[in-house]
Design a protein around this ligand. Structure first.
Ligand code: GDP
Ligand code: MG
Length: 177
């Protein structure tokens, strides 16, 4: 559980980055509240959401930051990245451009964040297989070359969202322990 009086062993700041409309806010909503909001604007202005979970009998509070509409190139400030130990870099499998921008996001992330940050590349909207514009193989290859995790998710169908966060948080946990 996550009662107010519960002891927290770790707080792991994790940031969501990637182009606008790839599904970052819905991924966060799915992870933090197990919801997919029809009206995405509901989360605009919210800096971060938290969820406390247990990893190897320790209480870990995941503090997940959302860009809230600052996705234009270089508009995300260094304060956003400060102290982040994890990052989910999201593209939309139906929007080639959002994948083509991934190297740029990765450069920006690596320029701002701690060098030990745990990064996962996420191809979201896997439910839209018929509109796929980015082959899984291309993303997998890119992720391997860059030494980052890779997973395809659907915030809509709740596919792999939990696994993606758990993979990143567990990797962070293993670095600090
Ligand atoms: P953000 O700008 O990256 O935060 O993107 P949003 O979370 O606001 O989502 C952008 C649009 O994509 C909205 O219309 C969402 O409903 C939709 N969306 C987000 N995730 C998914 C998904 O997994 N599948 C589908 N089909 N649509 C999604
Ligand atoms: Mg958003």
């Amino acid at each position: 559980g996550s009662a107010a009086n519960e002891k927290i062993d770790y707080v792991f700041k994790t940031v969501l980055i990637g182009d606008s409309a790839v599904g970052k806010s819905q991924i966060l909503s799915r992870f933090a509240r197990n919801e997919f909001s029809v009206d995405s604007k509901a989360t605009i202005g919210v800096e971060f959401q938290t969820r406390t979970l247990e990893i190897e009998h320790k209480s870990v509070k995941a503090q997940i930051w959302d860009t809230a509409g600052q996705e234009r190139y270089r508009a995300v400030t260094s304060a956003y990245y400060r102290g982040a130990v994890g990052a989910l870099l999201v593209y939309d499998i139906t929007k080639r451009q959002s994948f083509d921008h991934v190297p740029r996001w990765l450069d920006e992330l690596r320029g701002h964040a701690d060098k030990n940050i745990v990064i996962m590349l996420i191809g979201n909207k896997s439910d839209l297989e018929n509109d796929r514009a980015v082959p899984s193989e291309d993303a997998k290859e890119f992720a391997e070359k860059e030494g980052v995790f890779f997973m395809e998710t659907s915030a809509l169908e709740a596919t792999n969202v939990e696994t993606a966060f758990l993979t990143v948080l567990t990797a962070i946990f293993n670095i600090v322990n």
